[in-house]
Design a protein around this ligand. Structure first.
Ligand code: C5P
Length: 234
């Protein structure tokens, strides 16, 4: 049975991404391709993976609206189900992404997800770049903009799921920064376990290294699925 997990296939080659996707398909709801793959093997991987399952192209676009519209259209043509863009690009840029993606997808179901505050940033990092010291406050503002732009959802840390539900309950919440109990946070800062994220109301969990770097990725994905189903049934 699949769990509401998007596995982040942050690997080196297209072959590795496809091999992992095929193995993990029974356990997960979709596959994320990030910047390392999009700028290495290239966006053609999106098309190959889309034949296995829904693909989230984590392109993290952030530019003027016309550029973002063009890039989103391309990713739609490749077969992306979702793409990410930075919420800080503003409402018009988010609208351009939504329109471009829909044009490229030509009738397929698609959705834009706005990156709010990266899960690798903490209050000290935000203060250093002049964005204040409260991730929750920023996420709340960005969720309102995403809602106004009519996009499908937001990407935020497990710690801001409730903030999004309060200000824009329509939005899908897609949550990285997931670490099963005891696992290394690595470069992530605002983290939670899969169970905590589901209890707080996450719709989809984005999980990379805890699955991809596990000695047995299928067993790791299945084990996380079991813990999620256990709390969802409570
Ligand atoms: O390996 P890990 O589980 O930390 O992977 C998380 C994935 O989610 C990475 O591909 C990362 O780029 C992505 N992501 C994130 N934080 C965001 C948006 C996306 O960690 N705010």
């Amino acid at each position: 049975m699949t769990a509401p997990i998007i596995v982040a296939l942050d690997v080196r080659t297209a072959e590795e991404a496809l091999r992992l996707a095929t193995r993990l398909k029974p356990h997960v709801a979709g596959f994320q391709i990030g910047l390392g793959v999009l700028h290495g093997p290239g966006p053609g991987v999106v098309g190959a993976l889309a034949r296995v399952g829904p693909v989230l192209a984590d392109a993290k676009l952030h530019d003027i609206p016309s550029q973002v519209r063009a890039a989103a259209r391309r990713l739609g043509e490749y077969g992306a189900r979702w793409i990410t863009v930075h919420a800080s690009g503003g409402q018009r840029m988010l609208e351009a992404a939504r329109e471009g993606l829909a044009e490229g997808a030509a009738g397929r179901d698609t959705g834009v997800l706005a990156i709010t505050v990266l899960t690798s940033l903490d209050a000290i990092d935000l203060t250093a770049v002049g964005l204040g010291d409260r991730p929750g406050r920023l996420v709340s503002k960005m969720a309102r903009v995403a809602d106004a732009a009519g996009i499908e959802g937001v990407v935020c840390s497990p710690q801001e799921i409730r903030v999004v539900a309060e200000v824009a309950p329509r939005l899908l919440t897609v949550i990285p920064g997931i670490r099963p109990d005891g696992e290394a946070a690595a470069d992530q800062r605002r983290v939670a376990t899969p169970e905590e994220a589901i209890v707080r109301g996450a719709d989809l969990l984005v999980i990379g290294r805890p699955i991809v770097d596990a000695p047995d990725p299928e067993a790791a994905a299945e084990a996380i699925g079991v813990t999620i189903r256990a709390v969802a049934a409570e």
